[in-house]
Design a protein around this ligand. Sequence first.
Ligand code: ZN
Ligand code: ZN
Length: 565
Amino acid sequence: MKNSLLKTDEIGVFALGGLGEVGKNLYVLEISNQIFLLDCGIMFPDAHLLGIDYVLPDFTYLEENKERIVGLFITHGHEDHIGGIPYLLRKVNIPKIYASGFAVSLIKAKLGEFTDIKMPKIENYESHSKYYFKDVEVSFVRLNHSIPDMHGIAFKTPLGYIFHTGDFKIDLTPVGPGAEYHKLTKMGEEGMLLVLSDSTNAERDETIQSERAIGESINDLFYNIKGRIIIATFASNIYRMQQIIDASILSNRQVAVIGRSMENAIEIGLQSGYIKAPKDIFVKPEDINRIPPERLTILSTGSQGEPLAALSRIAAGSHRFIKAIPGDTVIFSSSPIPGNQEPINRTINALFRIGADVITHGPLADTHTSGHGNQFDLKLLLSLTKPKFFIPVHGEHRMLKFHRDLAISVGVDPQNILIMDNGDVAAVSKDKIRLAGRVQADDVYVDGTGIGDISNNIIRERKMLSDDGMFAVIITVDNQNRKIIGDPTIISRGFIYMKGNEALTDALANDTKEFVTNVFNNKNLISESEFKTKLSDYLTDKIYDITQRKPMIIPVIRNFNTTDL
Ligand SMILES: [Zn+2]
Ligand SMILES: [Zn+2]
């Protein structure tokens, strides 16, 4: 089957995730009727998706066109780029996954947790590797990010190069190997058809520190702190964890690792050689009380104030092994992800209350830097690669817009830039880029073991329940004689506390009784569902008048013999 949206010789480019959001990146290239997949991530839901564990890309299009998929190419091992792989493999067979170094270790560890999935073929590419398909040569460009082995991926096509940057920043003094900027220039000279580039920090024009500078700043901090150090960072930032281990060695401290995701990351890092540390540097959490405070670093999850993470539990005094004490210094080696400031503040306040000192990233202490390039970096990448066409990716709509302006400022023709949503299909030819149509690209929610069985309606109901609670009214009717039997029973949860509000519930019970009697007195017959809707609407208005709240109303009608009242 062909993609009917594309003309012969046109290349199709679209996203099933990653546009209009930071997360669940999955980009699709269709070249000479072959489907190339780029990354397959998950997204962590924000607070309005109540009870949802993850959000996945919609794989429907890939299921419908699975015979044309030639491979999945992974830029790097962050969850928003690899987290969706097990779920994708359950739906479609991927001939081969191409990933590099540390990403391979992380993918294998992840797939090991899904016993129902057969391990796919994984090709461990290096930055000089090349793979050949019909009309396409795939090659790689090492770039710098907050995790080892991040590569941009280039597709050499009959129309020119298509280059997907992955997540990157320009870091001239990186931790780990340097970036291959010369390859970018070379592709630019040979003819760059299209660039898809990381938009995460397209709004930021301030300098983004080199990873190495943060290492030095952490060394200074550790040197000057006398008591115990509790330091929280992202479990995805392998370089930072290494720097914290190095600073601990320099300041003669042992390291306790707390929190499951951090323990996993350290484990995989040590096994694959991406984290280097002498074995005896680590101390088990249950043994930390044997170590003098000035000889101990506690490396912890919870830098975003996540309520169940180790640091939040330490701050709340509910951690199994670790109690914060006066004299402790807690360092946030992270910056708040937008929306997380409030839980972080709660954690910081709790720590201060205990008598701990708290250091966050700011003008006084460089404890964190972003893994994503600022405006300068993004403009430099576009200037080196000189693309004819440009699609900003990996970002919320606002970030994509900012990135578009940056591209225009370095000379990309505004008509050659497309800002797209997930599912929008761009058709690219030698001298034109056009929106050709759409493919299905909804959000798919994972809730516990259920995948895709949670709809937007359920999210809306959860939202309603969490805002205003629920109000159930149970009535028994004798529909032969068209009358209500007894008084309605009212149950409320999360709306009003029943005890002490008897006057209100009595009034609502009476109103319900009156309403039902009126319906019976009316000669017109109505169906049960129509009846329930009317009763809900009636009670919604009544309750809103009295309380200004809109709980979910659940009418339950018992003792029905026929469907008509
Ligand atoms: Zn990343
Ligand atoms: Zn990312």
